[in-house]
Design a protein around this ligand. Structure first.
Ligand code: NAD
Length: 367
């Protein structure tokens, strides 16, 4: 299918996962009493993801727009101010973030910093009375995730995690195939994600900033796939991790495999790596058929096959625009987000158990 021919109607038909919890396409287009006004988003951390994906997506969104920035680099502030016409009063640094409390232009703070800095900005934004969208992984410990949830709850503001694939039509179609039991009960899922990581000095290889290695960064997509395909929570996990380049990977794991058992008897075998390319998909096996996406997790080019010979190719959307519009809709309509802080916390709890399983060599009970 030609991505350009992928229509809003087709997207609507495929958004099972999002639509299961909220009517995404019957949305109000404005804040109550302010016809046509979009919610203002402020981006915290103007690195690769903000620059190349999120800010461009915010030029296309229907229910939100780029209103402000938070950066520790004055030169970036100058560049972004010019490029996106951002007024000086909407430009903050990490120390002044809480002053947003006095700024009605900003409704939502989108946290796009290294993993271990998510809690700090989330809590400051909540204290300033802002809703928060936080990138994955939610944080590097269960305690910090719980603090983020508590801060947003206390402020009466919503917290969402940047799980963009919950809005991606091909992943949603795979969820539909699982839930409709087209080929019977799901029996096994095989999921993995990896890439050869470059610059040895980057924060992703530092435990204090990343929390872990390939599992926290990309393995989380494989873990998420097992949970959204099955709709179940794992009850036990075992794992093995390896390092073959101890100079580069002196603080975090280089490659890791883990196995999950689910209440129905479903098994998942998963892997993540920072060492080699090509592992970017999942296969779901049911009693009498299978379906797969490969690649499954990219910003575009997602497609797959089914055991009956059909292809899965529902085209391309801007997942970041869909994710932000969905969150804006939830805020406008006062409905809970389907990608909540609690959802992010569940993954962090399981990832901590995966590390414990790899460290101890024992299966960890998740019940
Ligand atoms: P990046 O390194 O390109 O950008 C990080 C930003 O944080 C930079 O602007 C940097 O200046 C700033 N920063 C503030 N304090 C810092 C510190 N102490 N050390 C290093 N940088 C600091 O990273 P990125 O690729 O933009 O990733 C940011 C977040 O987004 C991460 O949590 C990552 O997991 C997530 N991410 C999500 C996706 C997705 O598809 N959803 C893709 C990439 C990254």
């Amino acid at each position: 299918m030609n991505p350009a021919s992928f229509t809003r109607r087709q997207f609507c038909k495929t958004t099972t996962l999002a639509a299961a919890s909220l009517p995404f396409f019957n949305v109000p287009t404005a804040k109550a009493g302010q016809p046509g006004k979009k919610l203002g988003f402020a981006l915290v951390g103007l690195g690769s993801l903000s620059t190349n994906q999120i800010a461009p997506a915010l030029q296309t969104t229907q229910y939100c727009h780029l209103a402000g920035i938070v950066t520790g680099t004055p030169a970036k502030a100058v560049k972004w101010k010019q490029q996106y016409d951002i007024p000086d009063k909407n430009i903050y640094n990490y120390d002044t973030l809480e002053q947003m409390a006095d700024n009605p232009d900003i409704d939502v703070v989108y946290v796009v910093t290294p993993n271990a800095l998510h809690a700090e900005s989330t809590i400051k934004a909540a204290k300033a009375g802002k809703h928060v969208l936080c990138e994955k992984p939610m944080e590097i410990s269960v305690e910090k995730c719980e603090q983020m949830i508590a801060a947003c709850k206390q402020a009466g503001r919503q917290l969402a995690i940047g799980y963009r694939l919950h809005f991606e039509p091909n992943n949603l179609e795979c969820v539909r195939l699982a839930r409709s039991k087209m080929w019977g009960d799901l029996k096994m899922i095989d999921a993995g994600f990896g890439f050869p990581i470059g610059d040895p000095t980057q924060w992703r290889l530092k435990k204090s900033l990343a929390g872990g290695g390939c599992l926290m960064d990309v393995g989380i997509y494989a873990l998420q796939a097992t949970r959204y395909l099955s709709g179940e929570e794992p009850v036990s996990v075992s794992a093995i991790s390896t390092v073959t380049d101890p100079v580069k990977f002196k603080e975090v794991e280089e490659s890791i495999t883990w196995q999950l058992e689910f209440p129905s008897g479903l098994l998942a075998k998963c892997a993540a790596s920072y060492r080699f390319p090509g592992m970017e998909g999942f296969t779901a096996y049911a009693e009498s058929g299978w379906w797969k996406l490969d690649p499954a997790y990219g910003y575009s080019g997602i497609s797959g096959q089914r055991s009956d010979g059909q292809t899965i190719d529902l085209g391309h959307i801007d997942q970041f625009a869909a994710e932000m519009d969905n969150f804006a809709h939830c805020i406008i309509a006062n409905q809970p987000t389907s990608v909540s802080g609690e959802e992010g916390l569940r993954d962090v709890k399981i990832m901590m158990a995966i590390y414990e399983a790899a460290r101890t060599g024992k299966a960890i009970d998740l019940t």
